[in-house]
Design a binder for this molecule. Sequence first.
Ligand code: GTP
Ligand code: SPV
Ligand code: MN
Length: 581
Amino acid sequence: MTSRLTSLNEWVDQVASHTGASRVHWCTGDADENRRLIEAMLESGDLLSLNEATHPDCYLHRSDPNDVARVEHLTFVCTGSRDDAGPNNNWMDPAEAHALMNGLFAGCMEGRTLYVVPYCMGPIDSPLSRCGVEITDSPYVVVNMRLMTRMGKAALERIERDGHFVKGLHSTGELDPDRRYIMHFPEELSIQSYGSGYGGNALLGKKCHALRIASYQARTEGWLAEHMLIVGIENPAGQVRYIAGAFPSACGKTNLAMLIPPAAYREAGWKVWTVGDDICWLHPGEDGRLYAINPEAGFFGVAPGTSSATNPNALAMLDREAIFTNVAVTADNQPWWEGLDHGEPALDWRGREFDPKRGPAAHPNSRFTVSLKRCPSYSDQAESARGVPIDAIIFGGRRAALAPLVMEAFDWTHGVLVGAAMASETTAAASGQVGVVRRDPMAMKPFCGYHFADYWAHWLKVGAGLSQPPKIFQVNWFRRDEQGRFIWPGFGDNMRVLEWILERCDGQADARETAVGRLPADDAINLDGLDERPDMETLLATDAREWAAELDEIERHLDEYGQRVPVELRQQLDKIRGNLG
Ligand code: GTP
Ligand code: SPV
Ligand code: MN
């Protein structure tokens, strides 16, 4: 190993000695290594095989029942100054956090193998990509990281060239919720995670690196690291335009990223191309546009609700080479979850005989892991080193009332306020109560690695530097009627809204100016081919009284971030108040 890797080698040696690991394995990412890890996990029971005939090379992992989602209350940003982490993060003094974590990691890998997992977030040859190394004692993490990132030999070579990387240290520990912490040290570009083996807590390339650490780096380097999908929409003329969309966890990013347009659109020649479904790094280009790369290489998607009616592209990629976490299984050992259109559960996500009295068969936050390349709508631009140019940014939430189906911001500054004011009902993706409306600015509440007020200022600054900024929109697929049913059909029919958005970007579709933003003019949303006309009047209403109350709440929400909130956002709020009269 050459000298540029000295710091990596020293770190690995030091961690191996501190954790007492019995063996050190440097991951190459090759197929043989993967096969051996899977065999060992089948042996230990960490993985279970699934029906080989229907689901070749697919496996099931059942996580500990107390370890099924991200844990926001145990996730910390440890900056030297508390103010830099902001009220949006839990904070701990770095020295205190290191002392705590050193105590937990001491001797924790005795008798276990320590895996060194070099990975690259983003296309391996893109100057926009960033590398990291995760040290973990979990083979489940290794096989997931192989699907979710560019993992192994090529990443190690890039680290050698770059000379720097983000250091991530992870141990599943005892899976004791009282000894569980996800710590970020943005000033040291390092992450330490102990006591969980689940998703965003344990696959450190994902939320920990590609959002919390990367957002912090992006601020100093002049770009944005966002919780966004990236999708290309090809019109019948063959022109592809790209949209980036921020939605909170379990609010529709994966579905929108791979939607299948309604029949009439398909027949006319519309196509959808998937670049990313969860994380997006946005860089200003020399032409004054914003360019996006997906730092990830795979999907860690929500299983429940995935069906041939809602997301046929996802189903098509889940019949081989996928890892399922916490789904149920049928009597013939096929994966099963609520919403799937065939089969029925025999065993629930905990491996018990299914009993509907005990709740759903699949855990509501059960997931699939699969390579991006397996997606039928995989974009030929997904590996593009310079990224794809973004025409529109959409902010979406899950809101039963108030938020209209779609609304265009007046300009970038108003768009930043729309993003900062986002609210959404909580979901099973994080531990805690489900269905409570909370503010989730830019869908980044759990993921922004620094003070939200500074983050909004950074958004304003990035926008000011763009000569051709994307237009910003707000969407809401989740408005409900009095019976609690969704009013908008959603899923593939969201294409109808995307069409209006893209036409607005071309200066074509009609909009009506309201106090709070621009909404589609009557009949501007194409409803052809829908069995039933949705209640568009409710979907596109902007009730002045409700909005006045909303603006008061937004003001209180901004106030929580104190003096650092950019004055432009308060001015926008005042302007809209004035519009409302
Ligand atoms: P994370 O991976 O947690 O970040 O979630 P996500 O934003 O990618 O959400 P995903 O696309 O996995 O959708 C979450 C849940 O919302 C699933 O159960 C979907 O079936 C459901 N969903 C997605 N899109 C729509 C929609 O347009 N309408 C309705 N009613 N439900 C939707
Ligand atoms: C989310 O919760 O937004 C996810 C799943 O995408 S996790 O990887 O657990 O963060
Ligand atoms: Mn997510």
